[in-house]
Structures are given as structure tokens and as C-alpha cells.
Write a protein that binds this ligand. Structure first.
Ligand code: ZN
Length: 454
């Protein structure tokens, strides 16, 4: 099926204008600005049987590219899986995602990586790529990674996620020197976190603190983030590696990044997530373990500084760190047993539209254009003729309250429950296929593997 998206307000490359977009054979065939004589529906290469979608009053943006998700498959599919989470993705206007290796088994070999690509080809509604995880002993696998076909290497920088802890200095040196593609790093210093944990337990035993969610930023502190991010940036600079620091959560880390060179020329870049811009430490009282995540959500000052960094270019991209856990895993235990992470992919557009009111061009830059530039994704992330037709229509006057009832993620709850939103995705196209239409999924066509121009 081909489409004509008529009279949409396009938000693309810093411009906002009314146009009609012709989608043909999976690609953006033609963009005709309002008032210009364009091809009629019957002319030239355009399909006379194309379905016309009246987009008057709605915004058309490039599909969101979420570079940081945990879809939990294989091995943790009681929480989430590629099918359910890719549905939540397209419902939220996300047309491409990059999934992390802390599944079960951990994705630390080329063979396990290929198995994930095979799974996604069968069941993902959105386009996909997968990170290979770095360990203390899989450098031989890492150097085999094809940078044109794989988004990057995930490094848990001194952070213990099972055997994906990389804490041997000689391994880090070789990784930063020899990695054939981008290194995406989770930066929190394990030693600092351990010391803080011991300290909090002592204070709790003396009755001086309560071990509730609000202590999380005192365990996973700003110092833990800075120490680890500093080390990663220092090593990347020294060895000339391509480093992307994930989920930056503190003001202090911002001093490690630059905004005086174009993104395409940067070798060291930074991501933050919607929850660090929407919540701060005051929200632990109300949200409790719902917003427990790693790194921790920190102070109001950190939140304000991160918001500023979106405007001044110190932060390059927004990724969700979508990390579903069941309600039981979050809420039935105590501070130490409550799992860190939560689902968010379905609401990243809603939350970022709240965080950046009346600034859709910046939202599109951070969530669509910049991930495409940063990862050098082939023909996605922009509304350009000849590009893959990953497109999202958004109604920006659809006032509603985000609720657990409307959650498509398998875990069935959202930390954004109760938050007012004014945006609603009405149509999501993936490779020119209309996969989500006013709350209805069309699931016959699957997403494609992302390719990279490296
Ligand atoms: Zn993550």
C-alpha cells in the first residue's frame, strides 16, 4: 500500500511547514509544500490507488529512534519481549530501537548477537539493532563486529551486571583502542556505590535513615557517575575511541562534553533520558520505587542543568533506557530488592513534549535527527525524499492523562501514570507500512535491520 499524507505540518531539520508527503514502495517519494503545484495523485510514478490520509492540523515528524532499550528477550520474557515492546514503541512514535545485551544469556558473542537479529526479524514491528556486550574476556568477539550492521558495543564501565562487568584496566585499554565501532557506556563507579551502600546500611541500623526509594541518589551518587564518566571520557580521548556516554544524570558530568563542534565530528557524545528531565528527588515521596533506576534520578539542580544542556548542545540525544520489570519485582520488596528500571518507550514523546513545550523542532533534533547522525544510520531520522518512510503523525491538542490502563508494555504499568499529556500519536509508519493507526495495530509487516554508513 502507498500513501499520501495530505496537509500535514512537517517538523524537520529546524523547519515547520505545511506539506503533503507521498509514500511509495517504503520510501518517501515526494514532499510537496503547500501552495506549490505538486503531482496529482494520478501522475507520474505516484500510485493512483494510494490511500489518502488527511493530516490537517497534525504534525508529521520523522520516526523516533530510541538508541537505548532493554526488551528483555531472550531469557527474561516474563517482563517483556521483542513483540510486546516493539508494539509499545510504535504506539509511542518510535520506529527504530537499539537493544542492550543484558538479556539471558548475555549477548557477548557474535552467535548470540545473530540470534537476537533473527528473533527481531520474525516479530519486531519496529526497525532494530542490537549491541554486543563487552566483558573482561570477549575482545576476540568484539573485534569481529561489523560496524555497518551493528549499532555498537555496550560497556558497563566498572558496573556489575553479572559477567558484563569490565573492571580490568588492560581490557578497557584494548577495548578503547581496538573496538571497531561506537562504545556506548553505562558509567557508575562500583566501588563508590559499594561504600555508600555500607554507609546507608549502618545509618539505617542506627535508625538515622529509612531505607526507602529516596536514598537511591545517596547510594548511586553524583560522585559515582562523575568518577566513572571521567574515566571513560579520559580513556576515549587518549585512545581516540568513539564513545557515547549513556543516561547522563548529573550537572557535574556535563563538564566532560563539548558543544563547539558539529555532532557529526564529535568523538565523545552524551545521552540523557526523559525521566531525568521529568522527575527529581522530590518525586521519590510520591512515586517511590516506580522511579528507582540506575543511575538514580538526582536533584532539581541536576534536572535543570540537563534541560539546559538539551538547548546548548552538551547533550546530543534522548534515549529512554526502557527497562521493564513486573510490578511485583518493583513494589513488593524493600530498597535493596526492588529492581531498578521501568518501561518508558511508549511515552517518551509525551514526556519530551512536556519538557520542551512548544519546541517540536528541538524534540525532533534530539530524538530523530541526532541519533541518526550520531550512529550514522542509513537513510532514516529525517523527512527527506529517497529516505525510508519512517513517519509519525502527532495530534498536539489531545489532552489526556497517561495511565497504567493504556500501557502496551508487557509489564502493564508506567511510572508516568497520572501525568497530563497533550500529545497523541495517531499514525506510525515503519518502512512505509502503516503499523499503528488510532489505537489499532497492523502487524503483518515487520521492521527491518538498521544499516550504518560507517
Ligand atoms: Zn540501560
Amino acid at each position: 500500500m502507498n500513501y499520501i499524507i495530505k496537509n500535514a505540518t512537517l517538523v524537520n531539520e529546524g523547519q515547520t511547514f505545511v506539506a503533503s508527503v507521498f509514500v511509495s514502495n517504503g520510501k518517501i517519494a515526494k514532499i510537496v509544500k503547500e501552495g506549490k503545484d505538486g503531482p496529482s495523485t494520478g501522475s507520474g510514478t505516484l500510485d493512483p490507488s494510494a490511500q489518502v490520509i488527511d493530516a490537517t492540523g497534525k504534525y508529521l515528524i520523522p520516526g523516533i529512534i530510541d538508541e537505548h532499550v532493554h526488551f528483555r528477550e531472550p531469557g527474561l520474557t516474563h517482563k517483556a519481549d521483542i513483540y510486546t515492546e516493539s508494539r509499545a514503541a510504535v504506539a509511542g512514535g518510535v520506529t527504530s530501537y537499539m537493544d542492550m545485551p543484558n538479556t539471558n544469556p548475555h549477548t557477548t558473542t557474535q552467535e548470540l548477537l545473530q540470534q537476537k537479529f533473527d528473533l527481531a526479524a520474525e516479530k519486531s514491528l519496529a526497525n532494530y539493532s542490537f549491541y554486543l556486550g563487552a566483558t573482561n574476556d570477549n575482545l576476540a568477539e568484539i573485534v569481529k563486529t561489523d560496524p555497518k550492521k551493528v549499532c555498537g558495543i555496550k560497556l558497563f564501565m566498572g558496573s556489575s551486571t553479572g559477567n558484563m562487568l569490565v573492571d580490568k584496566n588492560e581490557v578497557l585499554v584494548r577495548l578503547f583502542r581496538e573496538s571497531p565501532c561506537l562504545i556506548a557506556a553505562h558509567c557508575e563507579d562500583e566501588q563508590t556505590i559499594h561504600e555508600n551502600t555500607v554507609c546507608c546500611k549502618d545509618l539505617a541500623a542506627k535508625g538515622q535513615v529509612v531505607l526507602d526509594a529516596s536514598i537511591h541518589p545517596f547510594v548511586r551518587t553524583m560522585e559515582a557517575c562523575y568518577k566513572s564518566s571521567f574515566k571513560a571520557v579520559d580513556m576515549a580521548e587518549h585512545f581516540g575511541a568513539r564513545l557515547h556516554v549513556l543516561h547522563v544524570s548529573t550537572q557535574r558530568e556535563l563538564s566532560l562534553f563539548k558543544n563547539n563542534i558539529p555532532l557529526k565530528d564529535k568523538k565523545i557524545t552524551a545521552e540523557t533520558c526523559p525521566h531525568y528531565l521529568c522527575f527529581d528527588n522530590h518525586d521519590y515521596e510520591d512515586k517511590s520505587f516506580a522511579i528507582k533506576c540506575n543511575p538514580a534520578i538526582k536533584s532539581h539542580r541536576d534536572k535543570e542543568a540537563l534541560l539546559q544542556a538539551l538547548h546548548n548542545g552538551l547533550i546530543d540525544t534522548i534515549g529512554t533506557d526502557h527497562a521493564p520489570h513486573l510490578k511485583e519485582e518493583k513494589f513488593t520488596g524493600d530498597y535493596f530488592t526492588s529492581k531498578s528500571g521501568f518501561p518508558s518507550i511508549q511515552h517518551s514523546l509525551d514526556i519530551m513534549a512536556n519538557v520542551l513545550p512548544n519546541d517540536l523542532p528541538l524534540l525532533v533534533q534530539l530524538m530523530c535527527h541526532n541519533p541518526a547522525i550520531l550512529y550514522q544510520i542509513d537513510r532514516r531520522g529525517f523527512i527527506r525524499e529517497g529516505y525510508h518512510a519512517d513517519l509519525v503523525l502527532v495530534d498536539m491538542n489531545a489532552n489526556h492523562v497517561i495511565s497504567d490502563e493504556g500501557e502496551y508494555s508487557k509489564c502493564g504499568w508506567t511510572p508516568y501514570n497520572g501525568i497530563q499529556s497533550h500529545s497523541r500519536v495517531t499514525h506510525t509508519f515503519v518502512n512505509g507500512n502503516l503499523v499503528f493507526e488510532n489505537g489499532v495495530f497492523h502487524e503483518q509487516d515487520k521492521g527491518a535491520r538498521l544499516c550504518f554508513n560507517r
